[in-house]
Design a protein around this ligand. Sequence first.
Ligand SMILES: *Cc1c(COP(=O)(O)O)cnc(C)c1O
Length: 341
Amino acid sequence: MKINLISDTVTKPTVGMLEAMMTAEVGDDVFKADPSVNALEEKVAKLFGMEAALFFPSGTMTNQTAIKLHTQPGEQLICDKYAHIYNYEGGGVSFNSGVSCKLVDGERGMMKAEQVEQAINPPDFYHSPLTKLVCIENTTNKGGGACWDFEELKRIKTVCDSNGLNYHLDGARIWNALVAKNEAAKDYGALFDSISVCLSKGLGCPVGSVLVGDKKLIDDALRVRKVLGGGMRQAGFLAAAGIYALDNHIERLVDDHNRAKEIGEVLSGLDFIKKVEPIETNIIIFELDESKLSSELFLSKLEENGISIIGMGQGKLRIVTHLNYTKDMHSVFLEVLQKIV
Ligand SMILES: *Cc1c(COP(=O)(O)O)cnc(C)c1O
């Protein structure tokens, strides 16, 4: 039995999802003539209570498009030091938009409104880049799947409003936050100028992200997506997977979260584990006591049992639960963990 826990992006479509894909009605989406893509975009826009949405091949491209639309070259955005847009999008912020990032030293990827306020450059001080945008990530990836306090997001919105800043949410794993905190997508739609969501993470689609915003933003996004090479033709096969996932794979995220918590409990009880970060959703970040067991040896012992997890650098390891991590795999994994000495 192979158990792959390196990321929730490793999932393969379920039978139900494949059936939805195979029977999808499609057209040429570059001409906006793919009924399945149009239906997905309408569905996601409605879910967040926003005017419009646009289907993209990746979450990186949705974020990059939003940043491009909210900024001009030379300007600056504010994000946490752990932000995906800063760490894991290949420097796209500078490559695509000519924008710099002012990094905030938050907690597990989450900033406080006061920190955001302090990070804003005075707009009349022309020596500094003009601050234009605040980017939030929920759940936080490098922060270990942590969920924001919605009240803090509202306070940051107030800071944005009083300083004329746009407000973007990288919601690659927003579904996990909504389920874990029992929140409504519409509340997020009411707060942010743009939201990017991934279908290819916890929801288990092979490909796909969606950018949501007002009609003007999404009209403009169409051109940026084209420039970035993200205009796809019969993309309805992929959109059908997205529609299926939204209907069938959101509520089940609870299982991923519960399994992650159980893994965390077992890890915490092991002698060679130094620290397990708090587990709120499907991501577990932990550190070994290297004097008792090295990360290399731990990883290779897991590999011997067909189990893959991933290193995050600085001695941290990561486990991510997902749609294809079954109850049986869970039992096997917990057993293997308890046998490692
Ligand atoms: C995965 C992820 C993205 C987008 O990644 P793609 O691989 O380009 O789809 C964006 N933000 C966060 C926080 C992510 O975890």
